[in-house]
Design a protein around this ligand. Structure first.
Ligand SMILES: [Ca+2]
Ligand SMILES: [Ca+2]
Length: 190
């Protein structure tokens, strides 16, 4: 290739570059996606002895029976409320208690039964449906059973946990004057 041809090619390339730069003028348009926000929801459990009050905290004294005798019953419903904005996939309950087992007075007939074996949950209903795995269990058996999952609880929803406690007619003088302080723990899980 001689010098003239090389010079001509360089000139042509330069002309092409100028011409090309002059002709690139495409339309464009730009938009933005804004206000993309992220906020955490809430999972807020509440318990109450009355329905429909949208509780958010704990409750006391749902089931109270004093001066109980064999055959006695106590029926009440604890209302379990998901006051949050997120649905719960699990509603887990467990029972615990402190037993005060006093000596039967010498002035009455002797006995051998113990109160936590004599108190039974004869009816257990969650949202009106029997919880077969818990019904008929004594307090001692309920504690030993550990955690029971009652299932989902949607946001802004309340279900009743009805329990009828019965003092077994098999109870004897061994429980006279004894008492038990029961705690029912309820936990919502996402
Ligand atoms: Ca709460
Ligand atoms: Ca006793």
């Amino acid at each position: 290739m001689n010098t003239k041809i090389i010079v001509s090619l360089v000139v042509m390339a330069a002309v092409a570059a100028v011409a090309g730069g002059a002709t690139v003028a495409y339309f464009t348009d730009t938009e933005s996606s804004t206000v993309n926000t992220f906020a955490a929801g809430t999972l807020n459990l509440g318990l109450d002895n009355a329905p429909g009050v949208n509780p958010t905290g704990s409750e006391t004294a749902t089931w109270v029976a004093n001066t109980w005798a064999p055959g006695g019953t106590k029926d009440a419903t604890l209302y379990v409320n998901n006051a949050g904005t997120l649905g719960a996939s699990t509603t887990k309950i467990s029972f615990d208690y402190v037993l005060t087992d006093v000596a039967t007075p010498a002035s009455v007939d002797a006995g051998t039964t113990v109160l936590d074996n004599m108190i039974k949950a004869t009816v257990v209903k969650w949202n009106g449906v029997d919880v077969a795995s818990l019904e008929g269990k004594t307090l001692a058996q309920l504690k030993a059973a550990g955690i029971t999952d009652l299932g989902a609880l949607a946001a802004n929803t309340e279900h009743g946990l009805q329990i009828t406690w019965t003092l077994d007619t098999a109870a004897d003088n061994g429980i006279q004057g004894d008492s038990v302080d029961v705690t029912l723990n309820v936990a919502l899980g996402q």
